[in-house]
Design a binder for this molecule. Structure first.
Ligand SMILES: Nc1ncnc2c1ncn2[C@@H]1O[C@H](COP(=O)(O)OP(=O)(O)OP(=O)(O)O)[C@@H](O)[C@H]1O
Length: 531
């Protein structure tokens, strides 16, 4: 820099033509600037940045005219479809930049659900059952290329940190060398079909995203066959048929100016199958469940109304324990405090306006049938305290169908037992480990069980026992089921409690029958002590 200063003082900056800097002066200034290494680096930097910018602009221009680019955001289900399609695609499996991940993209840990490239050793034999498998994924921030039906495709997982908390967000970017959307549509539909074929075995659960009052995918649950939820005759069918009929009646509702919405209130004993039947109805009708807890933190009248407005058009909206948000001070087992009657209107009004957290009952009522309430939705609410609910909440138009779930009837007990010990040869028999002893001599074990029982040695549950279950014939299971039902009093125990008891005798039906009476007495004693 000294040489530059000396040169500056030596120069005569007035040109012959009177200008500030003559042509020779300018030239020598430039030469001198270039001879200084720091200035040279600085200028090269500017040049490189300008070049990069121009390249990007040109590339974008070319992209816009020759490429179709689609972005999939990780919060959207389409991202999961595309990622599953991608990890199952053989083309990328040869790339060298990989990420190791246990992400199942909402499909559960089942081996059969994806053809993902697993890390060696994570095969079906070595990985523990139902654990999430380690699989390779294409690494983020790299671009991979592949061919799809003769078209060149580039795929990039773009990760960036956003917001004050620098939350990591990811987009999947797919560029197809094509001038129209035809190939992109084909690819997306293929990915969606593949994903849904796997997901067909599951129902998706969505929960509120309180940051913007929308719904985000939460988890997948295996579909539960409606026949495995054992209710009194006709109830399951009635519920499914009513929901199916509703879904097919949009035109009917529109023609009569009735809002196309229907609500079901399932109320009654805890552990009687209310939640289970709703899950089975969702499975039967192929609907997702949007689950809302009224005790959700941050939930107020405005956000509830927005959430309800943001429900997808066809879905099951489930509010469990709908009483809980308004009667927070009593626990689920205590008798209901409030029972609406003609002469307690004042108390009812107070309750209606009483806020629970920031949510008021009027807020809930408005959300359920206000102008913003989504058309086509099926609302299911559950409660153990029917009498505690405000009559405005359960009136037709909000909750149209009320179904009581009682403690187990003899009919249910008998069927529950049967479903636990499905007989050999029954179409729905579970696949059990073939056991030579069990198969060739189906009753030996049973007789042994009886003997040991006589000696008073098997009164305790045997859920940890690994001895194989006896192979029973249909008539035998029916007979045991009838004996079991005889031992269990009508409407005294919940199906959940009975299920818990039978779980202790999963492989020992005879013991279950023999100890049933004893269990009834011990349960009664336990209940008396609790009171
Ligand atoms: N009717 C039934 N048939 C088969 N299983 C049942 C039935 N009722 C309850 N169960 C079993 O009991 C457990 C609890 O059932 P579920 O959650 O559906 O009951 P719930 O009525 O919703 O209870 P809560 O009111 O406490 O939420 C589940 O594991 C379920 O399999």
């Amino acid at each position: 820099m000294d040489s530059l200063a000396t040169w500056w003082s030596d120069q005569n900056f007035t040109s012959e033509s009177g200008g500030f800097l003559g042509r020779d002066g300018l030239l020598s200034l430039l030469l001198l600037l270039f001879s200084s290494s720091s200035v040279r680096i600085f200028l090269f930097g500017i040049l490189a940045a300008a070049l990069q910018r121009t390249t990007r602009l040109v590339r974008r221009k070319v992209n816009n005219s020759f490429w179709v680019t689609a972005e999939f955001h990780e919060d959207d289900v389409s991202y999961d479809w595309m990622m599953v399609w991608l990890v199952n695609h053989s083309a990328w499996s040869k790339v060298r930049q990989v990420e190791i991940s246990t992400n199942d993209f909402g499909l559960g840990p089942d081996d059969d659900t994806t053809r993902a490239v697993l890390v060696p050793g994570e095969d079906n034999t070595l990985a523990p059952v139902n654990s999430r498998k380690l699989a390779y994924l294409p690494a983020p921030s790299h671009t991979f290329s592949m061919w799809y039906h003769g078209r060149y495709v580039e795929i990039t997982r773009v990760q960036e940190r956003t917001g004050r908390r620098r939350r990591r967000e990811e987009n999947l970017e797919i560029c197809i060398l094509s001038r129209n959307h035809r190939m992109l549509n084909k690819l997306i539909m293929e990915a969606k079909r593949e994903y849904q074929a796997v997901q067909g075995q599951f129902i998706s659960i969505f929960t509120p995203d309180m940051s913007d009052h929308t719904w985000i995918f939460n988890s997948c649950r295996p579909k539960r066959d409606i026949n495995t939820v054992i209710l009194d005759p006709g109830i399951s069918r009635l519920l499914v048929d009513d929901a199916r009929d509703f879904l097919a009646s949009k035109a009917w509702y529109n023609a009569r100016g009735i809002p196309f919405r229907r609500g079901w209130l399932l109320y009654g004993a805890p552990g009687s199958g209310k939640t289970s039947i709703i899950r089975s109805i969702a499975a039967e009708l192929g609907l997702d469940i949007n689950y809302l807890s009224l005790n959700q933190s941050g939930l107020d009248d405005a956000s509830l109304s927005e959430l309800v407005a943001n429900l997808p058009e066809k879905c099951i909206a489930l509010i469990e324990d709908i009483d809980a948000a308004f009667i927070t001070s009593i626990n689920r087992d205590s008798p209901s405090r409030h029972s609406p009657s003609a002469d307690d209107d004042d108390e009812q009004d107070q309750q209606r306006e009483r806020p629970a957290g920031n949510l008021s009952l009027s807020g809930l009522l408005n959300a359920l049938d206000g102008v913003a309430a989504q058309e086509g939705r099926l609302l299911y609410a559950t409660t153990n305290k029917y009498d505690a609910l405000d009559s405005a909440l359960i009136r037709p138009g909000r909750l149209d169908v009320h179904v009581e779930f009682k403690l187990a009837s003899k009919y249910q007990v008998e069927r529950l037992f049967y479903s636990f010990y499905i007989p050999a040869g029954d179409a729905k028999e579970e696949v059990r480990e073939a056991d030579s002893e069990g198969e060739s001599a189906p009753f030996v074990r049973s007789e042994n069980e009886m003997d040991s029982r006589k000696k008073g040695s098997c009164a305790s549950p045997r859920s940890m026992d690994t001895t194989p279950a006896p192979r029973l014939r249909r008539e035998e299971v029916l007979e045991l089921a009838a004996r079991f039902a005889e031992a269990i009093p009508e409407r005294e125990f919940s199906m959940a409690a009975l299920q818990g008891f039978l779980m202790g005798y999963k492989l020992h039906p005879y013991d279950a029958v023999l100890t049933a009476k004893e269990w009834v007495e011990s349960e009664r004693m336990r209940t008396r002590k609790r009171r």
